[in-house]
Design a protein around this ligand. Structure first.
Ligand code: ADP
Ligand code: GLC
Length: 490
């Protein structure tokens, strides 16, 4: 199958969150199964072209935009360790600047930047003579690919067999744009925008809604989230649109790339280990504590370490953590190591805790890939108290590293972590339900009771490591969906 991936993030070139991991890992798994994949991504100013061997080609594509034509240089690279082509769009107007989305509010012209990307992918495919069987678009950034496929390319001989699949990674970001600008940039008549039209939500242009309504098939990143967004406020106002496509909306659980996330082959951690050598996790724990500045004398006291690696946004549950953490750290119950970046109020809150409890709370800010691996390997527990979670990858990394996840039972967290049952010795972690500080506190108490309590501790960690969350399964499921999308297109 010829798969064209249109995305705003791909690891390791440009990453903010899990979208990048998925957009980087799926193509590898597809290629290994014999599919042809082309990935298209903007050449952001922050991408290190030299480091990744990204070079300019002599292709300059004409991109129909509004009623005029714009141009993008096409640069070429490959996903590291593979021959899978990644084509980068270089445009000094849109992407030659630091950052992917801009600071908290986003760049003012994000509508234009991402609508341009959505349109350009078709023209790059044509210039490459790559006839896609499926265009796979991700999140609001490339959602406009779905209406564009139907409006501009449906009768185009080149895209005769192309179906559109739209994957929702997060309903919280929908691409709500000024309708006049967005319709014009997309090349759609202004008259197609009216109350109740497929582009409109609450009076403005909604890229996510258009993606949902025009796609041949829609997927989201876990089965539970697929239900939540249709029937609960997690649909963030688009429940109606999602219900109208209910039969075409499929939950495909994310997976992880064992090439990057395996404790036996992880170049960032102190000592490799697997389920038969879990003792070596202690060495990784010491290495982590040293890395974050816990003194040698402090380290002699063996406290459980709870780790977190996360974007700091409301989604990730920092507020309920803040509501209950102090009694634990003030009473010497565990150490908390957090790597996070995002909203200043959460960074400040965590730094303040670290300032007051330097032996118990350590906070890393900024994007730090090596430290994110050290936290997975060196922590005893991994905490994810999310308010909502479409899927979540870091709890799956934790499972693979034998680090017991403590999660709120929502979205993909409910699909990937099973409560440990001390009677049957089954389950992989600790779950809680209500989004409150008290509920989290109780879950942490449960975790502390199980810490090093045998035989439960060993069972829990081994069960976690035995769980298969491979991207290979995920990738095959997508191919199945792509097949259904093709049938729907005809
Ligand atoms: P989300 O996509 O909502 O942020 P996921 O759990 O799906 O959540 O994916 C987050 C990804 O981003 C993981 O690969 C995680 O390790 C990584 N990550 C998040 N914050 C940081 C950080 N500060 N430094 C390094 N990696 C991070
Ligand atoms: C989103 C979600 C996260 C998911 C990731 C990759 O950013 O917040 O839950 O794992 O996308 O699909």
């Amino acid at each position: 199958m010829n798969i064209l991936v249109a995305t705003a993030e791909v690891t390791p070139f440009a990453k903010v969150g899990g979208l990048a991991d998925m957009a980087g890992a799926l193509p590898k798994a597809w290629a290994e199964d014999g599919h042809n994949v082309v990935v298209i991504l903007p050449l952001y100013g922050t991408i290190d072209t030299e480091k990744f061997g990204i070079v300019k080609t002599d292709m300059l594509v004409d991109v129909p935009f509004g009623t005029w034509t714009e141009y993008a240089e096409v640069w070429h690279g490959t996903l590291p360790g593979t021959t899978i082509p990644v084509y980068f769009l270089r445009s000094s107007d849109y992407y030659d600047r630091p950052g992917i989305y801009g600071y908290h509010e986003g760049f003012e012209d994000n509508d234009r930047r991402f609508i341009f990307l959505s349109r350009a992918i078709f023209e790059v495919a044509r210039a490459l003579d790559f006839r896609p069987d499926v265009v796979h678009a991700h999140d609001y950034h490339t959602a406009p690919c779905m209406p564009m496929l139907k409006v501009h390319y449906h009768n185009d001989e080149f895209f005769r067999h192309t179906a559109g699949v739209f994957t929702i990674h997060n309903m919280a970001y929908q691409g709500m744009y000024d309708p006049q600008r967005a319709m014009e940039f997309c090349g759609f008549p202004a008259s197609e925008f009216y109350t109740g039209s497929w582009y409109e939500q609450d009076g403005i242009f909604n890229a996510m809604k258009a993606g949902i309504l025009f796609a041949d098939k829609i997927t989201t990143v876990s089965p539970t989230y697929a239900q939540e967004i249709r029937w609960t406020p997690e649909g963030m106002g688009l429940q109606g649109a999602l219900q109208s496509r209910g039969a075409d909306l499929i939950g495909v659980l994310n997976g992880i790339d064992a090439g990057t996330w395996s404790p036996l082959h992880d170049e960032h951690i102190a000592v490799p280990y697997d389920a038969s050598s879990l003792k070596k996790k202690d060495i990784n724990k010491k290495a982590l504590l040293k890395e974050v500045g816990i003194s040698a004398s402090e380290m002699k006291r063996d406290l459980p370490v709870v780790g977190m690696v996360t974007r700091l946004t409301e989604q990730k549950g920092v507020s309920i953590l803040a509501a209950c953490i102090e009694s634990f750290v003030a009473n010497d119950r565990f150490r908390l190591v957090i790597l996070g970046s995002g909203e200043a109020k959460y960074e400040d809150l965590l730094k303040n805790l670290a300032y007051r409890y330097p032996d118990h709370v350590r906070v890393g800010t900024g994007y730090n890939e090596p430290l994110s691996h050290m936290i997975q390997a060196g922590s005893d527990f991994y905490l994810m108290p999310s308010k909502f979670e479409p899927c979540g990858l870091t709890q799956m990394f934790a499972l693979a590293y034998g680090t017991v996840p403590i999660v709120r039972s929502v979205g993909g967290l409910a699909d990937t972590v099973q409560d440990y049952d001390p009677i049957t010795f089954t389950g992989t972690g600790i779950r809680f339900h209500r989004y409150t500080g008290e509920a989290l506190q109780q879950a942490l108490e449960t975790a502390l009771r199980l810490y090093k309590r045998e035989p439960h501790w060993s069972h829990m960690r081994r069960n976690a490591m035995a769980q298969d969350n491979s991207i290979v399964t995920t990738a095959r499921r997508y191919v199945e969906v792509f097949g259904w999308a093709q049938e729907a297109r005809r």
